[in-house]
Design a protein around this ligand. Structure first.
Ligand code: GLA
Length: 388
């Protein structure tokens, strides 16, 4: 990356490199913006942002994946409006960093990522968090503030009303652990997964156009459910506060579709706790069943799955050594996550790839989900000796 930086910008003096991971969510889908529970792991797929001071007053970004450079006057950051372009993510973050009182310094920036875009593995949060660290360049912000400022950038500048999960896990990820996040208190605890299982993400390689607008619809449908529920339970501030029996008693006060959306969220929250408990007692079969129940609920009640995801889940469940499988992330494409016996992983990879290719004429990509550390600075150089 140092060499690439120097080729691009001439000098790499003062270079710092920051890394922030993508994630796979094991269970607790579409619960975060309802202030419920989620259980993601940070991946060893990550975004790296290399930054060095520039002398011309500009913030210049180069994305290796997009093979594209964008430059902005630091002095004009506050006046920028979203361009519906990948640069909205780092720009939105730079504005939030500035709003916290940290002046944005002119810089040349190189972005490299191994998180596949549009895969539901949270390439956006990885870009946001690694960019935020680069803009801060060593100036300290509490980890939770870092996650929150990145979420604000995505909600307010990019225009996606996301929850906190992706930014939070990118900051707080831990090696060898899943992280159970309470999206209301914003506290977490580490969850050690049983040794005898592996998690594999399978990428459908599709992202349906519906994803963004459907996400906003679901956020609105959940808000409509809360308003209806408040007629009988005024203290319910979000779906997090509602039990399944309470929901049943007010289901007739809302349209059937809204009731189904709410049922997904309320039961999914319960499944997160059940999954963590099953994991603690090493009940692999129960963990697998909860993953499948989560998928069916996302497929039928929340309706954020798609043909490709359903196919991958159904195929996975027919393969030896698989405990459970579900879509992960926002939906409408992206990845499934499958829990299986580690010694079954190779045969699983071959079989699932073959059947997906036969059905969709597309080769899916597979990623082993190794729980990894959260965002960090990887390197810092005053000057860099020339290569050789
Ligand atoms: C996207 C959002 C997250 C979360 C998931 C669904 O990844 O960014 O905040 O809502 O969808 O669980």
């Amino acid at each position: 990356m140092i060499e690439a930086f120097r080729r691009l910008y001439g000098s790499a003096d003062g270079l710092r490199v920051f890394r922030a991971p993508g994630r796979v969510n094991l269970i607790g889908e579409h619960t975060d913006y309802n202030f419920g529970f989620v259980l993601p792991v940070a991946l060893d797929l990550a975004t790296f942002v290399a930054t060095a001071p520039s002398a011309d007053g500009k913030l210049r970004f180069h994305s290796e994946q997009r093979e594209e450079t964008r430059a902005f006057d630091v002095a004009h950051l506050a006046g920028l409006t979203p361009a519906h372009h990948w640069s909205d993510y780092p720009i939105g973050v730079a504005r939030e960093v500035a709003r916290l009182g940290f002046a944005i310094q002119p810089a040349n920036i190189l972005i490299r990522s191994t998180v596949p875009e549009g895969s539901g593995l949270s390439s956006s949060a990885a870009l946001e968090v690694s960019s935020a660290l680069a803009f801060l360049s060593g100036r300290e912000v509490a980890p939770l503030e870092l996650a929150k400022l990145c979420q604000r950038a995505e909600r307010e500048f990019v225009g996606m009303p996301c929850g906190i999960m992706d930014q939070y896990i990118s900051v707080f990820g831990r090696e060898h652990s899943a992280v159970e996040i309470d999206c209301r208190s914003l506290e977490h605890r580490l969850v050690k997964l049983p040794d005898r299982v592996a998690f594999v993400a399978v990428n459908t390689m599709v992202k349906h156009a519906l994803a963004g607008s459907a996400y906003k619809d679901r956020v609105a449908e959940c808000a409509a459910a809360v308003s209806a529920i408040q007629q009988k339970f005024p203290a319910a501030a979000s779906l997090r506060d509602v039990t399944s029996s309470q929901l049943e008693s007010v289901a007739s006060l809302m349209p059937a579709l809204v009731a189904r959306r709410a049922r997904h969220v309320v039961m999914e929250d319960e499944r997160v706790g059940q999954f963590v408990a099953a994991s603690a007692r090493g009940d692999l079969a129960a963990m697998g069943e909860l993953l499948v129940a989560s998928h069916r609920s996302l497929q039928h009640d929340y309706e954020v799955s798609c043909e490709e995801l359903d196919f991958l889940v159904d195929q996975a469940l027919s393969i030896d050594g698989v405990y459970g499988s579900r879509m992960t992330g926002g939906g409408f494409g992206g990845c499934t996550v499958t829990m299986l016996r580690p010694d079954a992983a190779e045969a699983f990879a071959n079989r699932i790839a073959r059947s997906y290719e036969q059905r969709f004429q597309v080769t899916p990509r597979l990623y082993r989900c190794n729980p990894s550390a959260g965002a960090q600075q990887c390197a810092s150089f005053e000057t860099i000796p020339t290569a050789g």
